[in-house]
Design a protein around this ligand. Structure first.
Ligand SMILES: Nc1ncnc2c1ncn2[C@@H]1O[C@H](COP(=O)(O)OP(=O)(O)OP(=O)(O)O)[C@@H](O)[C@H]1O
Length: 228
C-alpha cells in the first residue's frame, strides 16, 4: 500500500510562499490503476515528483509499504527509485545512439545480476511490449510509438512495485496511443500498480479510478469509487 498523508508543497517565489499542493491524501492499493487529470498548473507534475521521490513535500508523509520515504538517505532513495519504481515520460528519455536492448538494460547497471539473468530480463521486458524484433536497432531508427514501448520495457525491467507514467502519449499518433494504452492495460491486468497523469480524457479512461487535481487539491472524480 502506498499512502500520501496530508501532503502539501510550497515553493518560494521572490520571498513569497506559493502553495502548489494543498493537503493531499491518497491511498493506492497493490494492483490499482489510478489516473490523475487536471488542467495545466494544477500540480500533476509536482504530485508525480513526490510519488517518484524526486522531490520532497513541504509537509505531510509519504509511506511506501510502511516505509517513510522522507526518512531515507540519498543512497537508500536511489536504490528505492531503481528497485521499486518505474518511470515513463512523455519525452521517452532514451539514449538515442544506443540500441534498444542497451537502453532497456540501463536500470540493471546498478544490479548484481549476471549476464544470463540480464539477457533474460531484457528479453522478457521487450516481449511484454512486443518489441523483441527491434532489440538490436538503434533508438534513432524508431518511431515515437516504438520509442515509448522501449521506454515502458525499461521501466518494467526491475519489476517495480509502482509504475509512474507522465503524459505518455503527448507525442504520439492515434494508432500508437492505442497500442501504448493496451500495454498499460495488460501490465495492470498482470498485477502492476500504476499511477498515470494526463490532460487527455481518453488516456485517463484506461485507469480504473480517475482523480482530478484542481489548484493543488482534489476535485470530484469522474468515475470510479471515491477513495483517496
Ligand atoms: N519550483 C517551482 N517554482 C515556482 N513555481 C512552481 C515550481 N514548481 C511548480 N510551480 C508552479 O506550480 C504549479 C503546479 O505546477 P505543475 O507542473 O505541478 O502542474 P501540472 O499540473 O503538472 O501542469 P502541466 O500540465 O502544465 O504540466 C504551476 O503553477 C507551476 O508554475
Amino acid at each position: 500500500m502506498i499512502e500520501l498523508k496530508n501532503i502539501s508543497k510550497e515553493v518560494l517565489e521572490a520571498g513569497v510562499k506559493i502553495p502548489i499542493l494543498r493537503n493531499i491524501d491518497l491511498t493506492i492499493l497493490k494492483g490499482e490503476f489510478v489516473s490523475v487529470m487536471g488542467p495545466s498548473g494544477s500540480g500533476k507534475s509536482s504530485l508525480m515528483n513526490i510519488l517518484g521521490s524526486l522531490d520532497l513535500p513541504t509537509s505531510g508523509d509519504y509511506l511506501f509499504e510502511g516505509t517513510n520515504i522522507q526518512r531515507l538517505s540519498g543512497k537508500q532513495l536511489a536504490d528505492f527509485r531503481n528497485q521499486r519504481l518505474g518511470f515513463v515520460f512523455q519525452s521517452f528519455m532514451l539514449i538515442p545512439r544506443l540500441s534498444v536492448k542497451d537502453n532497456v538494460e540501463v536500470p540493471l547497471l546498478y544490479s548484481t545480476y549476471n549476464k544470463k539473468e540480464r539477457t533474460r530480463r531484457i528479453k522478457e521486458a521487450l516481449e511484454q511490449v512486443g518489441m523483441i524484433h527491434k532489440a538490436k536497432e538503434p533508438i534513432i531508427n524508431l518511431s515515437g510509438g516504438q520509442k515509448q514501448k522501449i521506454a515502458i520495457a525499461r521501466a518494467i525491467i526491475n519489476d517495480p512495485d509502482l509504475l509512474l507514467i507522465d503524459e505518455p502519449s503527448g507525442n504520439l499518433d492515434a494508432d500508437s496511443k492505442g497500442e501504448i494504452l493496451d500495454i498499460f492495460k495488460s501490465l495492470n491486468a498482470k498485477g502492476k500498480t500504476i499511477v498515470l497523469v494526463t490532460h487527455d480524457p481518453e488516456v485517463a479512461q484506461v485507469g480504473k479510478r480517475i482523480l482530478i487535481l484542481k489548484n493543488g487539491s482534489w476535485a470530484q472524480p469522474m468515475k470510479g469509487v471515491e477513495v483517496y
